[in-house]
Design a binder for this molecule. Structure first.
Ligand code: COA
Length: 264
């Protein structure tokens, strides 16, 4: 694995086509400050068009915390306008992750609170360590989640469960998070990165253009009425019919061999 500095409070390890991006402020339980938010935005903007990157795993440094939220020291005393700017800055970063054309997997290794859970929810898939705690505790500080928590949480777990978490501010453990569909899998802490890597590798075996189009179809489609979303799906399907990948994928099936996808 190579080690690269990509921005303040972030560390990048590269394993083949998988980038492991670590929020690296362990002394603050990996809380997000402005530079970390901007570093994440920058990384995903650049990585979107980097053909060497096939998937990204996001995790937190140390064994206690994924991300314990926004850095409370930075946000304390915000005026309304400063709060609006901060919320927009975070939301733009998370929109960049959600619309990223390659799979992004959150490997939740401990606390995923506030902005930490919001970051995990913008990722496409979530695997959690059995010690993870996930929550939106903002209400305990007297504020409203501002990085999408009131919107993505109900879309993932349903309104009732989301409101319970948002209004009590109490976190859920990994087992409950799995039961409510907030995470895709729960594993022992020392198996977490391996599990996320395995998931990424299974996706990387598939046709890259189809993977990108499926991400787009689900993400955009969920924002549309069903009839419109189905039209949108047909458009993605039609596009995928024109790729070299589909020729290779179907030919490989008929020839009983593994496909060699080129992503075009
Ligand atoms: N912002 C800034 N600093 C944070 C932080 C945050 N979101 N979360 C943790 N830290 C810091 C603590 O201030 C502490 O720093 P210190 O050692 O300089 O005092 C350090 O990280 C360790 O945290 P600590 O609270 O001592 O650990 P703990 O095991 O007692 O509690 C938590 C862990 C996660 C339950 C607790 O830190 C917490 O509630 N954090 C805030 C979570 C939150 O409300 N997030 C949403 C913010 S909008």
């Amino acid at each position: 694995m190579d080690l690269m500095e990509v921005g303040s409070g972030l560390r990048l390890d590269v394993d083949g086509r998988i980038s492991l991006l670590t929020v690296n402020r362990p002394e603050k339980l990996n809380a997000l400050n402005g530079r970390t938010v901007d570093g994440l935005s920058q990384f995903f903007r650049d990585a979107a068009t980097d053909d060497d990157i096939g998937a990204v795993i996001v995790t937190g440094a140390g064994d206690r915390s994924f991300v314990a939220g926004a850095d409370i020291e930075e946000i304390t005393g915000f005026s309304a306008l400063e709060g609006r700017d901060w919320g927009r800055r975070g939301q733009e970063m998370l929109a960049t992750i959600e619309s990223f054309p390659k799979p992004v997997i959150a490997a939740i290794n401990g606390y995923a609170l506030g902005g930490g859970l919001e970051l995990a929810m913008a990722c496409h898939l979530r695997v959690a360590s059995s010690s993870a705690l996930l929550g939106q505790p903002e209400v305990k500080l007297g504020i409203v989640p501002g990085f999408g928590g009131t919107q993505r949480l109900p879309r993932i777990v349903g309104k009732g469960r989301a409101l319970e978490m948002l209004l009590t501010g109490e976190p859920v453990g990994a087992t409950r998070a799995l039961a409510m569909g907030l995470v895709n899998a729960v594993v022992k802490p020392d198996e977490l990165i391996g599990e996320a890597m395995g998931l990424a590798q299974r996706i990387l075996r598939n046709g890259p253009v189809a993977v990108a189009l499926i991400l787009q179809s689900v993400n955009r489609g969920l924002e549309m009425p069903l009839a419109e979303a189905l039209e949108w799906e047909v458009a993605q399907y039609a596009l995928s019919c024109s790729t070299e990948d589909v020729r290779e994928g179907t030919r490989a099936f008929l020839e009983r061999r593994k496909p060699d996808f080129r992503g075009r």
